[in-house]
Every structure is written in structure tokens, then in C-alpha cells.
Design a protein around this ligand. Structure first.
Ligand code: PLP
Length: 391
């Protein structure tokens, strides 16, 4: 099997699993208890919190553990809306956010909040002038993702943070794809809230965190016990949190070397596809791009068919239509960068890890070429095109 879907989820690293195991069986105490068994758990959580805070240049008490990226996004946006609605009810975000952000914003619109969804250019970048123009006296939050999960584009986060700070508006970023892949320092970038999820960086599923800058007025998300400084109740997911800490430690330690290798593989794959397959388009910015993201649209082809045929060759990838989520709508991200419906439907996302090899990618390209040719040979649209324009 060749796994090229690391934006969907990643394999837990062996050292992460190893770090977690004792917290299921040996150190299983509830961290809220006062005997020493519980204390072991409590210490482990503190350590993970510190590792994560250090990675971001934050303070340990600014890290709040959650059940994942979706929860962190929900919390940041809903709780800000609630805490600051006295100041205003206007939120700015973008058209290419993850659904955890978009659907939360739509929910708030139903509650009477107003949301501006910024456009992006053909590479997926927001326009800073457009952002400035969207700011109103009643704007309380700007939420722009650090890097896009479909096309890999990295947004101008430092400039957005600067603009938000100058206007006294809170800045939240969904960094689920970026954290562990690019260096992030919350003070330098003037980030007030940041969402992350362990399973996107070789950690376990079902655990995330929300960084909340000290001083940000934010409401509790889960009411109950006093865990997470009374802001997110519920007995902590101790093994998950320990695994997250180990995953972050590993991600930071290996970042330079790992991403260098990924970039080489990424650029090799992009180059081979661009030079060997006709009528394709690279989606996302060429330079401001996640180290492991490759996203192409192939004309005259359905992404779903491609995925099925790749799967038969043992290759896991993802397509730009949202079929997987039970709808036939093309990806909102690909439409936002200006693709036509048929281009968006014919897209393929391959997200690499440092474990992939050039040989694997050669195998992928050879199969992809054959699959594209085969699917096009069955496409009436392609037949028409060739009749009119030649190959
Ligand atoms: C995966 C992802 C999420 C959701 O994270 P979960 O932990 O799966 O809930 C949110 N935002 C982005 C950009 C993602 O890639």
C-alpha cells in the first residue's frame, strides 16, 4: 500500500504509541485525585502541555486540550462570539476554511451574527486589502486558516495578525494542517487563538488543543468539572494528551529534515505529473505551500473514478469532490480558487509523508498516467475536445 492521504490523517509514530501505552494500564489514575496514582497522570498532562506551549512560544496555561481540531474551531469561534457580542456581532473568515469553521460561522449567522467570507485568488491566497476593507467597528473576530487542507496554500498569517492587532480584533487561526509542518510562534505572528489536532501530526485521533492567549475573554466550552482551568470539563484523555505531547516533541525535533525530504518528494511528483500528463493544472500556490501537498485537476475526468482505480493499485489518495462526505458537490475550496465544476470534480489530492519514497512516486505516476488515459478514452467530452483541437 502507498499512503498519500496524510492531510486526512497520519499514522501514529511508534514512539507516540509507546509513550501512550503505560497510561492505559499502569498510570491509569484520574488526574483530579490526590493520591499518587492520579498524580502520575497529572504530571504527564502538565508535561505534554509544556511541550506544546514551548513549541509555539506560548505559556503552558494558554493551552487547553480538546477532543480534536473540529472542537477547537467550534470553541474558538462560538465562545468568542458569545463573550464579545456586546462589542459587536461581525466575524471575518474566508471561503476556503475547513467545514469546522464554515459551518460554525453559518450556525452563528442563524443566531444573528454577520459573517464576511473573504474571497481568495487563483492560488488560494486572501487579499490583505480586502481584509482591511472588510473590518467594521463591530468586527470581533478574524478567523483565517494557517494552511489549507486541500490545496496546501499557506496564508499570510503574520500580516493578518498585524492587521487584527492594529484594529483591536481577535485573531484565530485553524493551524491543524500547519502545526508541525511549518514553524509557528504565536507572539511573533500575533495569533490570539490557534486550533490543532494530534492525528494530523502522527499523534492519536480524538485529541486536540486550542491555544488561547492570556487575557482573551473566552467562555467555557464544556460545563462540568474544573478540568482545563474550568473551561473544558471532563476527565482528561490522558493517553491521548501524552501521545499528543510526544507527537509534538517529535514533529518539532524532526521538522527541518522531514519537511526537506517531503518538499523534494512533493516537487518531484509535481514535476513528473506536469510534464507527463496533458490537460492538468496544479492547484494551490507553488511557493507558499505545505511541504507535503500535491493537488491537481485533470480535465475530462471524475476524481472519484480516479480514486477507485488508484485504490485497486494500492494507492490511497483523496479527491476534490466531497463525495466522501455524502454529497456530490465539488469542493468549496476548488470553486473558491475559480475552478469550474468539471475541473473541481477532476481533482486529486496526494499528501505525502517522509516515509514515502521516489520509487513509490514513480509507481504512482505510471499508474496515474494509465488511469488518466483510460478514463479519458471513455469520456465523450474528451472525444469532442480531441476532434476540435487535436490531442
Ligand atoms: C482535519 C482538519 C480539521 C478537523 O480536525 P479533527 O481533529 O479531525 O476534528 C480542522 N481543520 C483542518 C484544516 C483540518 O485539516
Amino acid at each position: 500500500m502507498i499512503y498519500l492521504d496524510n492531510a486526512a490523517t497520519t499514522k501514529a509514530a511508534p514512539e507516540v504509541v509507546e509513550a501512550m501505552l503505560p497510561y492505559f494500564t499502569e498510570h491509569y489514575g484520574n488526574p483530579s485525585t490526590i493520591y499518587s496514582l492520579g498524580n502520575e497522570s497529572k504530571k504527564a498532562i502538565s508535561q505534554a502541555r509544556k511541550t506544546i506551549a514551548d513549541a509555539l512560544g506560548a505559556k503552558a496555561e494558554e493551552i487547553y486540550f480538546t477532543a480534536g481540531g473540529s472542537e477547537s474551531d467550534n470553541w474558538a469561534i462560538k465562545a468568542t462570539a458569545e463573550a464579545y457580542e456586546g462589542k459587536g456581532r461581525h466575524i471575518i473568515t474566508t471561503k476556503i476554511e475547513h467545514h469546522a469553521v464554515l459551518h460554525t460561522c453559518q450556525y452563528l449567522e442563524k443566531k444573528g451574527f454577520e459573517v464576511t467570507y473573504l474571497d481568495v485568488d487563483e492560488n488560494g491566497l486572501i487579499d490583505l486589502e480586502e481584509l482591511k476593507a472588510a473590518i467594521r467597528p463591530d468586527t470581533i473576530l478574524i478567523s483565517v486558516m494557517f494552511a489549507n487542507n486541500e490545496i496546501g496554500t499557506i496564508e499570510p498569517i503574520a500580516q493578518i495578525g498585524q492587521i487584527a492587532r492594529e484594529h483591536g480584533i481577535l485573531f484565530h487561526t485553524d493551524a491543524v494542517q500547519a502545526f508541525g509542518q511549518v514553524p509557528i510562534q504565536v507572539d511573533e505572528l500575533k495569533i490570539d487563538m490557534l486550533s490543532s489536532s494530534a492525528h494530523k501530526l502522527n499523534g492519536p485521533k480524538g485529541v486536540g488543543f486550542l491555544y488561547i492567549r492570556k487575557g482573551v475573554k473566552i467562555r467555557s466550552f464544556v460545563h462540568g468539572g474544573a478540568q482545563e482551568r474550568s473551561r473544558r470539563a471532563g476527565t482528561e484523555n490522558v493517553p491521548g494528551i501524552v501521545g499528543f505531547g510526544a507527537a509534538v516533541e517529535r514533529a518539532i525535533r524532526t521538522m527541518e529534515e522531514r519537511t526537506k525530504k517531503e518538499i523534494e518528494l512533493r516537487d518531484y511528483l509535481i514535476h513528473r505529473i506536469e510534464t507527463e500528463i496533458d490537460h492538468c493544472r496544479l492547484n494551490g500556490d507553488r511557493v507558499k505551500r505545505l511541504p507535503n501537498n500535491v493537488n491537481f485537476s485533470f480535465l475530462f475526468i471524475e476524481g472519484e473514478s480516479m480514486l477507485i482505480m488508484l485504490d485497486m493499485k494500492g494507492i490511497c489518495a483523496s479527491s476534490g469532490s466531497a463525495c466522501t462526505s455524502g454529497s456530490l458537490d465539488p469542493s468549496h475550496v476548488l470553486l473558491a480558487i475559480g475552478l469550474k465544476h468539471e475541473q473541481a470534480h477532476g481533482s486529486l489530492r496526494m499528501t505525502l509523508s517522509e516515509e514515502n519514497t521516489k520509487e513509490e512516486l514513480d509507481y504512482v505516476v505510471e499508474n496515474l498516467k494509465a488511469i488518466v488515459e483510460r478514463l479519458r478514452s471513455m469520456s465523450p467530452l474528451y472525444e469532442d475536445f480531441v476532434k476540435k483541437n487535436g490531442k
